[in-house]
Design a protein around this ligand. Structure first.
Ligand code: AMP
Ligand code: TRP
Length: 336
């Protein structure tokens, strides 16, 4: 008897990153590194979320540069545009189209509860625009258009993912199974890398203090210098504890990069001062980021190569997105 091997279609993973500055070590460990790991076993769909970035004011020339830079970084970390669909959000107009439809299925009240909206409107009090408020609806559209199974993000995006799931379930409840309701994929380690200057705050590329974050393009010297200056405590014992947020954060970073457990790390640095430990963390981070920076520099010299890839990525994405958008529009009753 011949046993026919039926090939299971690969599950889909989708995620995006805003081109609002050079990504940090937080973006890398919380999200990007997982995207690369997932691309082997999943059908990956990854985008530069440029539409999201204009919810805060961007300087045009710098913004354009940052979009190229974010795209180049996605390739530099190892996303393969042949294996995965890697594109720029605004090149696929279905995102804004579905976003409008979904906004009519999203309540004012649920958007008002979003912590990122509250944080960002406090930080940009002079520009609390409607886009900042409806941002999670656009993010829901980014996701739902592609029917993904998983959305790999850092812990800060959990609430946005929940609202995307709620919108999908609500729509499906009214019209039948239009959208797949995706699962968040939040890795245990690295999901929330904290600021090096204020370990109660997440590491963010928009922090005004450059010592608070490691940019993925920082030089080896900068990386080590920033880790040496990282805020810690006065106990001088390398161990994880709630009251030792600074050291716990550094242990977390060292652990995700080396694959060593907390216990192994505590043993390895038993009796060492913070100086030794901080340098060790700086070194492993610098070693991890160096080859990425090298590939990034090469890619940024070849705009034509980037353009060819993001155009192809957008074509592939638009093909998938159109199917879902039409299905949703038809269910609502639009004449197609
Ligand atoms: P953003 O830079 O806001 O576009 O975020 C891109 C991805 O990085 C999202 O999945 C975030 O959840 C993740 N991310 C951002 N900051 C951090 C952080 N400090 N620690 C872990 N993940 C993060
Ligand atoms: N809002 C996300 C962030 O700030 C970026 C993002 C936009 C995203 N669209 C997405 C993440 C879709 C996952 C899926 O990090």
């Amino acid at each position: 008897m011949c046993s026919e091997k039926t090939e299971q279609p690969r599950k889909r993973a989708l995620s995006c990153i805003q081109p609002s500055g050079i990504p940090t070590l937080g973006n890398y460990l919380g999200a990007l590194k997982n995207w690369v790991a997932m691309q082997e076993d999943f059908e990956g769909i990854f985008a530069v979320a440029d539409l999201h970035a204009i919810t805060v004011r961007q300087e045009p020339a710098k913004f354009r540069q940052q979009i190229y830079s974010a795209y180049a970084l996605l390739l530099a970390i190892g996303l393969d545009p042949q294996k995965s669909t890697v594109f720029i959000q605004s090149h696929v107009p279905q995102h804004t189209q579905l976003s409008w439809l979904l906004s009519c299925y999203t309540q004012f009240g649920e958007l008002s509860r979003m912590t990122q909206f509250k944080d960002k409107s406090a930080r940009h009090a002079d520009n609390i625009n409607a886009g900042l408020f409806t941002y999670p609806v656009l993010m829901a559209a980014d996701i739902l258009l592609y029917q993904p199974d998983f959305v790999p993000v850092g812990a800060d995006q959990k609430q946005h993912l929940e609202i995307a799931r709620d919108i999908a379930a609500r729509f499906n409840g009214l019209y039948g199974e239009v959208f797949r309701v995706p699962e968040p994929y939040i890795a245990k380690a690295g999901a929330k890398v904290m600021s090096l200057q204020d370990p109660e705050k997440k590491m963010s590329k928009s922090d005004e203090n450059v010592n608070a974050y490691i940019s993925m393009l920082d030089s080896r010297e900068e990386i080590i210098r920033k880790f040496k200056r990282a805020v810690t405590d006065s106990e001088a014992v390398v161990r994880v504890a709630p009251e030792k947020a600074g050291i716990s954060n550094l242990i977390g970073i060292y652990s995700v990069i080396t694959g060593k457990s907390t216990e192994e790390i505590e043993r390895e640095f038993d009796g060492c001062g913070y100086g030794t430990f901080k340098t060790a963390v700086g070194e492993v981070v610098a070693d991890e980021l160096a080859p990425i920076r090298e590939r990034y520099d090469q890619l940024m010299k070849d705009k034509a190569y980037l353009e060819e890839n993001f155009r192809q990525g957008a074509d592939r994405a638009a093909y998938m997105a159109t199917k879902t958008l039409r299905k949703a529009a038809k269910k609502i009753g639009f004449v197609l």
